[in-house]
Design a protein around this ligand. Structure first.
Ligand SMILES: Cc1cc2nc3c(=O)[nH]c(=O)nc-3n(C[C@H](O)[C@H](O)[C@H](O)COP(=O)(O)OP(=O)(O)OC[C@H]3O[C@@H](n4cnc5c(N)ncnc54)[C@H](O)[C@@H]3O)c2cc1C
Length: 365
């Protein structure tokens, strides 16, 4: 018998979600991540916004994704006693060009929006909600959209998992498949070794360093964000999304993102990206640009795929080795529903939808 049924590498959005889904199904779970803790720094905010891109299309399996994520957040809040994980602010998407206005109007009826999720706003209604918003031709109000305070959410989530019995180890480890016993040996720097029946790699962009997974045609897109403090308190709390996004936190904080950098070396921040982000702020909230002070600038990497959907499944040659990656730009929204699908597949051999299955890449080769 292995020490653990499953070892999950990575305690980010994907790793915590799959660790949770397996724990809920009665598995003994070990979660390993050398870079985080229950008190780790992280991005101040991210958006859950099911209206994608310039067409404001309803995102993949939006209702299921939305409901499973919300339910999980409520459970984490309840167990950890924290009510600072999200803010149900809604998202305004001002149409800053005639084409966007046309797309957005069309989106209201073209996609099967659940009742109450989205509404059209005329320019004067947007102005009334927020006098700082740039000139526009009306826009949509994604009423169901909300802000996740990523640092709080992830730290609380790891605590939740520990309290629920997941063994959380915030240190470096490696895994090796022992073919003879059909087990994985997890080795820590101290020399300690633990065995696990299955391994799941949910390590974000670091997957690109893993030879076992080099066959996956993933793209890596660096993104930088800037966290600002405003000179005066702001009396609105919604997020804004228009060729960039702005997210509110506290009385005077505003996070603005993001860049899309396809060619990059490391995770350093740059003046060039800062200027690009300032331009995004100017495009969305022109009256605010000279009333903000930069507090922090951060960089991360999105793992992207051609169909903009995650990648899950078992390694084609190494039995019981799985991957959960490719969260693209909607990682939060996807995280739990996709985690459920992967957990069901691992334990009950249910089919993974073709659009998520890593087999979609194998068939082409
Ligand atoms: C600038 C930017 C803005 C974004 N904004 C949004 C947004 O508004 N809304 C949204 O839904 N998504 C957003 N995303 C996307 C979202 O953040 C990502 O999709 C998400 O972080 C991916 O989750 P993940 O768990 O796959 O990877 P990560 O969050 O990167 O987590 C991977 C974890 O694995 C750990 N790890 C790495 N190597 C190892 C190893 N060898 N062993 C063990 N652990 C390891 C890392 O320390 C890390 O904690 C944004 C991304 C960027 C870059």
């Amino acid at each position: 018998m292995p020490d653990f049924d499953v070892a999950v590498f990575g305690a980010g959005i994907a790793g915590t979600a799959i660790a949770n889904e397996l724990m809920k199904r009665g598995q003994q779970v070990l979660m390993v991540d050398p870079n985080v803790s229950e008190n780790a720094p992280g991005p101040p905010g991210a958006l859950v916004n099911p209206a994608t891109g310039r067409r404001a299309k309803l995102s993949w399996q939006a209702e299921k994704c939305y409901d499973t994520l919300k339910k999980q957040i409520d459970e984490i809040s309840e167990l950890t006693g924290r009510n600072d994980l999200i803010s149900e602010t809604g998202v305004i998407r001002p149409a800053i060009s005639a084409k966007l206005a046309e797309n957005f109007r069309e989106a209201l009826t073209k996609y099967d929006w659940p009742e109450g999720w989205i509404e059209w706003l005329e320019e004067d209604q947007i102005r009334e909600m927020n006098p700082h918003v740039a000139e526009n031709q009306g826009g949509i109000h994604v009423k169901c959209g909300y802000t996740v305070y990523v640092d709080n959410y992830q730290n609380a989530y790891r605590k939740y998992l520990r309290l629920k019995g997941v063994e959380c180890r915030y240190e470096h480890a490696t895994h090796q498949h022992d073919q003879e016993n059909d087990l994985f040996t997890i080795s820590f720097k101290s020399g300690e070794q633990i065995t696990a029946g299955k391994v799941i790699m949910a390590i974000g962009y670091k997957i690109k360093n893993e030879a076992d997974w080099s066959f996956l045609p993933l793209d890596f897109v660096k993104g930088q964000i800037v966290h600002f403090e405003t000179i005066k308190p702001l009396n609105w709390d919604h997020a804004i999304s228009a060729r960039g996004y702005s997210i509110r936190r506290g009385e005077r904080e505003l996070t603005v993102g993001s860049t899309y950098e396809h060619n990059f070396e490391g995770l350093s921040i740059s003046e060039k990206s800062y200027d690009q982000i300032l331009k995004k702020l100017e495009l969305m909230l022109p009256k605010l640009t000279d009333k903000v002070k930069k507090v922090a600038q951060m960089a991360g990497v999105r793992v992207t795929t051609q169909n903009r959907l995650p990648v899950i499944g078992e390694h084609p040659e190494i039995s019981k080795l799985y991957v959960y990656t490719g969260m693209n730009s909607k990682g939060f929204l996807f995280s739990h529903y996709v985690g459920e699908l992967l957990a069901d597949h691992i334990l009950d051999q249910t089919d993974i939808p073709d659009e998520l299955n890593l087999a979609r890449f194998l068939e082409k080769n």
